[in-house]
Write a protein that binds this ligand. Structure first.
Ligand code: S3P
Length: 170
């Protein structure tokens, strides 16, 4: 197994929460690509989208994905759209094993409905948008992953243990 665990999945699938828990249990560092983007840009994700648009955000996201080759012994939580570009996926694959956290659109909507920090969901009907985006991205999530973890109706411990077992066995 390569040294890093990379978590992918749609917004609200639990990448950050699960990533932090894994990092404690496996005594590995925790890295969040969105946090690195915010650091590089010197402003929040909402602000990047507002001031410079999604394209700029995606450009920085690609820089950050490529920077992951220098990372070791870490849990890397990624932004939900990182799988959109093939060059990002290529860079991530070199850095570690990709675990896709997969949830139904109902679960995702339920977790995201009160959140203000997802610029792509600031639309009149976020529930519909989640369904549409998931459908559009589904293939890319599936093709880029090494392991798929269904997270619907599972708690943090259950998901964390599932990943830990796979990681330690491989
Ligand atoms: C995005 C997901 C977000 C963040 C940005 C775009 C996406 O990250 O990168 O708002 O395109 O799905 P999370 O998946 O951590 O919410």
């Amino acid at each position: 197994m390569k040294s890093n665990i990379i978590l992918t999945g749609y917004m609200g699938s639990g990448k950050t929460t699960i990533g932090k828990e894994l990092s404690k249990r496996l005594d590995m560092k925790f890295i969040d690509t969105d946090e690195l983007i915010v650091k590089k840009a010197g402003m929040s994700i909402n602000k990047i989208f507002e001031k410079h648009g999604e394209q700029k955000f995606r450009d920085i996201e690609t820089e950050v994905a490529k920077d992951m080759k220098n990372i070791n012994n870490s849990i890397i939580s990624t932004g939900g759209g990182i799988i959109l570009k093939e060059e990002n996926v290529k860079a991530l694959k070199k850095a570690g094993e990709i675990f896709l956290l997969w949830a139904s659109s109902e679960t995702l909507y339920d977790r995201l409905k009160d959140k203000e920090d997802r610029p792509l969901l600031k639309v009149p009907d976020p529930e519909k948008k989640i369904k549409e985006m998931l459908e559009k991205r589904k293939d890319k999530y599936q093709k880029s992953m090494d392991y798929k973890i269904n997270v619907d109706k599972k708690n943090i411990l259950e998901v964390t243990e599932e990943i830990e077992i796979i990681y330690l066995k491989s």
